[in-house]
Design a protein around this ligand. Structure first.
Ligand code: SF4
Length: 335
């Protein structure tokens, strides 16, 4: 289960239907099955639990919702006697530092949204500039229609380059909030990206590949443009936080105990960097990271070595990505 696996090897852990998963569980003669899913599809989790029970399985459900397959709770359900976990909603997640996720009893059942994304593309494709070579990426909810989208765009005269897998992803062209490698890997071949999905969270990651992003949005029912490099303001804000706290002696580093958010190599690098500037460094770990837990330690600035997208969530204290620490080097060179 490593980054060196081929695309097919990575994706074979993902299942397209619940029935396929049940068949495998029956073959393996399992007794008790864990279920885990994100907010929004909790009724589905109960529906699957009911179906499993009808088939004679015991079930145990992970109460907290999950934001990604970075947070597979196989160890929790194993403690409750489960033989396997069905992780609903996301595709298999690979650890960016190549740590083994040890997910051999996890069945990934990505959620496919049944909104009419192809209708949006067909009705609004002429908003995409002609003569552009397009990179095709999106969120897993719509990637089952990527092939259809590619064929459609090509039939209208566009050159289309399909996205690859990223560092953490197991589906070609798939983008996560923490991994737009699918786009970065092909950005040198394209003029712009076509993104299947909605909201700014994922398209802004894609825009970091330096090209504008046409978002085929099935909620807004039109195609809108995320400008290139739209996260630059966030990075500038992080740099400002580091500069503001540069003379503080005590710094915290936060990582998560979730398997896919436990970035020990990042912790090590951030610690070395801070110690080089004579900081006293304290390392913290918790499953879910809430800002309120880090108040009261007398530390004003923390480095985020867990889910990269949480950096912008803190309101009262400074939270920065390991990347933002490079400002310390730049300040040092200026002195
Ligand atoms: S953005 Fe955060 S929650 Fe989502 S997959 Fe990445 S690490 Fe997990």
């Amino acid at each position: 289960m490593t980054q060196s696996e081929t695309q097919d090897e990575r994706s074979k852990w993902n299942y397209e239907s619940f029935e396929e998963v049940v068949e495998e569980l029956e073959d393996k003669d399992y007794d008790c099955i864990g279920l885990q899913g994100p907010d929004g599809i909790k009724p589905k989790v109960i529906e699957y639990a009911d179906k499993l029970r009808e088939k004679g399985f015991e079930t145990v459900i992970v109460g907290a919702s999950t934001f990604g397959a970075c947070g597979i709770a196989d160890e929790k359900v194993e403690r409750m006697g489960a033989d396997a976990l069905i992780h609903i909603g996301h595709t298999r997640f690979l650890h960016p530092e190549k740590a083994d996720m040890k997910d051999y009893d996890v069945y990934y059942l990505p959620y496919r949204e049944d909104r009419e994304i192809m209708t949006v593309l067909e009705e609004h494709y002429n908003e995409i500039d002609e003569d552009e070579t397009l990179g095709l990426v999106g969120v897993t909810q719509y990637m089952d229609r990527a092939e259809e989208a590619r064929e459609f765009l090509e039939s209208k005269g566009y050159d289309v380059v399909e996205g690859t897998t990223g560092l953490r992803t197991s589906e070609a062209g798939q983008v996560l909030g923490c991994d737009a490698g699918a786009a970065h890997n092909i950005s040198h071949k394209v003029d712009a990206f076509v993104f299947l999905g909605s909201g700014h969270f994922h398209p802004s990651q894609v825009s970091e590949a330096g090209k504008k992003v046409y978002v085929v949005d099935p909620y807004q029912e039109h195609i809108w443009i995320e400008p290139a490099n739209s996260l630059d303001d966030e990075m500038r804000a992080e740099h400002a936080r580091v500069i503001k706290h540069k003379d503080k002696k005590k710094w915290g580093i936060v990582t998560s105990s979730k398997k896919g958010q436990n970035y020990m190599r990042a912790v090590e690098i951030a610690k070395e960097k801070l110690e080089k500037y004579d900081k006293e460094v304290y390392i913290f770990v918790e499953d879910r990271i809430f800002e309120s837990d880090y108040k009261g330690y007398g530390i004003d600035i923390y480095v985020n070595c867990a889910c990269p997208r949480m950096t912008k969530d803190w309101r009262d204290m400074a939270f920065v990505s390991p990347r933002a620490l490079q400002v310390l080097d730049e300040l040092d060179m200026e002195d």
